[in-house]
Design a protein around this ligand. Structure first.
Ligand SMILES: [Fe+2]
Ligand SMILES: [Fe+2]
Length: 375
């Protein structure tokens, strides 16, 4: 019988799973021996060293604020899945992120998926993603990215994951998920097919699509949703695109950002966590703190202009390492609603962008700048 071809990542995943399986029955001394051996094997093969880790952020609930206890959630984003037959690298990347999150001890309170699960919004891509994410041990919340939406205008996504705009409360924090990639109709007048529309939205620099926005209907919904909360409620908003204006040509941009910010401004502290930009990105506008998250698929380069001052840029990726510049992340939510954001780059040490760094406008607890040479 013909031997089935296995990619290097599949083999790596299998070895890694076997390793984790065997680790369960080991005492501490043998664990160190086995993990050192595994590290040696990985290095000798030129593979990335085992990267799973459990960052420990010690956080004291601030009893004085009376605003609940601290907790954490994990974040996975921008997997851009093709069907497995077309490309299995991105599929394996998502599998690995799920595996990493499942190995966190203790488990996060929930996992948030930041959008662009699919590459071209096809049913097979979205179904494959849903199947993989089902393996997460912690409860999962989903957000839409433009790559998930513009083939069938969200029909399959809604069928799999429900409504794209929603809110909930957890341990004293109010969470909101928005669909921030609404575009004006550029396709009907041009007589585009659904796939042409999807491919246009998926492209950069094409000058044909409209800019992303939250749109009037969702802004109205947001106003109503927030109306019942007092200004000292910790508020965390999830959006796919950054809710500010960074670089229009790549749609690192939300056209009605100022109007959305005006709705959020009423609150003492707001954290906005977004995907889409596939890179370490940090911004603060008044009382609104913005954190960009890593992709599991690929890192985007930094925009040529408009970079926020608080951003510590990560290294440009090593073009010979398909995992460089990618990863998943964790968010430690403090009792006051501000967060420490852990970037878990797959081939680097984790980097934490702390709340004290942002509160002090970049003066305290500055995250380490990348110290590897750039490519
Ligand atoms: Fe993306
Ligand atoms: Fe995106």
């Amino acid at each position: 019988m013909k031997k089935k071809f296995k990619s290097i990542e599949t083999k790596y995943m299998e070895e890694r799973n076997a390793l984790f399986h065997s680790l369960k029955n080991l005492d501490r001394r043998s664990f160190l021996k086995v993990s050192a051996a595994a590290m040696g094997v990985a290095l000798a093969k030129g593979l990335v060293a085992p990267h799973s880790f459990s960052p420990v952020t010690v956080s004291r609930a601030e009893a004085s604020t009376g605003q609940g206890e601290s907790f954490r959630f994990a974040y996975i984003s921008d997997s851009h899945l093709y069907e497995k037959d077309v490309n299995d690298r991105f599929v394996n990347s998502l599998l690995r992120a799920v595996d990493d999150v499942n190995n966190l001890e203790p488990q996060p309170d929930f996992v948030f998926y930041g959008g662009d699960l699919a590459q071209l919004g096809q049913a097979e891509e979205l179904e494959l993603g849903a199947q993989i994410l089902k393996n997460l041990k912690a409860p999962t919340k989903m957000m839409v990215g433009e790559h998930d939406w513009y083939l069938d205008m969200g029909e399959k996504w809604r069928e799999l994951f429900g409504e794209p705009t929603y809110s909930w409360d957890f341990k004293g924090v109010h969470f909101v998920t928005l669909l921030s990639v609404v575009e004006r109709d550029f396709w009907t007048a041009r007589g585009m097919t659904p796939m042409e529309r999807m491919q246009t939205v998926a492209g950069l620099d094409n000058g044909m699509q409209s800019s992303f926005m939250v749109g009037k209907a969702q802004r109205e919904w947001l106003k109503k949703d927030l109306a019942r909360y007092p200004a000292n409620t910790p508020l965390i908003v999830f959006s796919h695109s950054p809710l500010y204006k960074l670089y229009k040509n790549w749609n690192f941009w939300t056209d009605d950002a100022e109007e959305v910010q005006a709705i959020l401004n009423r609150f003492d502290r707001v954290v906005v966590i977004h995907g889409h930009t596939h890179q370490l990105l940090t911004n603060r506008i008044g009382n609104i703190y913005f954190h960009g998250m890593l992709a599991t698929a690929w890192p985007w380069p930094y925009a040529p202009e408009g970079m926020p001052e608080l951003t510590i840029e990560m290294n440009r990726p090593d073009p010979f390492n398909p995992n460089a510049g990618c990863g998943d992340g964790e968010v430690q939510v403090h009792a006051d609603g501000l967060v420490d954001k852990v970037y878990n780059l797959w081939n680097r040490n984790p980097i934490t962008v702390s709340r004290s760094f942002m509160v002090s406008w970049g003066k305290e607890d500055v995250p380490p700048r990348p110290n590897l040479s750039s490519y």
